[in-house]
Design a protein around this ligand. Structure first.
Ligand code: DC
Length: 234
């Protein structure tokens, strides 16, 4: 078996985390969602009353924080357990205030440098599906497989709206469209590591595909000897 590194990028709600986790499971790889690290910094800044516009203090915080990402030991739908200085913030980082704060936080160059070292260390081990906005372009430009997932704004907002409704939240579809449009704008137009498709990425528009179809198309791109399955091969 020769495990590879898979970089998955794309805009908010394009299906990266659901699909990334399933691809990792199918291959017996580690799944790593880099977005939770930016969310952890945004949450901690809000928690400590640090103004999100204060780039210096937010950056200091990113360097000082100990962000832990561990396998889920609670069965409540989480993909990983996210810890900030030992506190379980897995669900706190999905709150609307964090959704609003995270794009500006992730646009700060210093914050990105602080978090990238850990991302690269994990990527260097191989056998990992790493999900984010700049994985194929900046964090792991040498990844053997790069995937760029996309979907129309309306479809992505609809996916988020369904998830929110299932959780009992009361946001409208129009609010989701507006929130995602705003995040797209910030993620794509920031100066440092903007959301971009790598030249050598496999582009997949998921608007009319279901999750299993997307997973299968990505698995079709993975060389047969890169599967870390239990077929006894390695
Ligand atoms: O994928 P997500 O919604 O959890 O990402 C949260 C924010 O972090 C989003 O605004 C984009 C940003 N992000 C980033 O800039 N670079 C990454 N590698 C991952 C996420």
């Amino acid at each position: 078996m020769s495990a590879i590194t898979i970089a998955v990028d794309g805009p908010a709600a394009s299906g990266k985390s659901t699909v990334g986790q399933k691809v990792a499971e199918a291959l017996g790889y580690l799944y790593f969602d880099t977005g939770v690290m930016y969310r952890a910094v945004a949450w901690a800044a809000l928690e400590r009353g640090i103004p999100i516009e204060d780039e210096g203090r937010v950056t200091e915080l990113a360097y000082a924080m100990d962000i832990g990402i561990e396998p889920p030991e609670v069965d409540d739908g989480r993909q990983n357990t996210v810890l900030a200085d030992g506190i379980d913030i897995t669900w706190k980082i999905r709150e609307p205030e964090v959704n609003r704060a995270v794009s500006p936080v992730s646009a700060y160059a210093g914050v990105r440098v602080a978090l990238m070292a850990q991302q690269r260390e994990i990527g260097a081990q191989g056998g990992v599906v790493m999900v984010g906005r700049d994985i194929g372009t900046v964090v792991l430009p040498e990844a053997e497989l790069k995937v760029y997932l996309d979907a129309s704004l309306e479809e992505r907002a609809l996916r988020r709206h369904r998830e929110a409704t299932q959780r009992g939240a009361t946001s409208t579809l129009e609010e989701q469209i507006e929130a995602i449009r705003r995040r797209d704008e910030i993620d794509s137009s920031r100066e440092v590591a903007p959301l971009l498709q790598a030249d050598d990425a496999y582009y997949l528009d998921t608007t009319d595909l279901d999750i299993e179809q997307v997973v299968q198309r990505i698995l079709d791109q993975v060389p047969a000897d890169a599967h870390n399955g239990d077929d006894g091969c390695c």
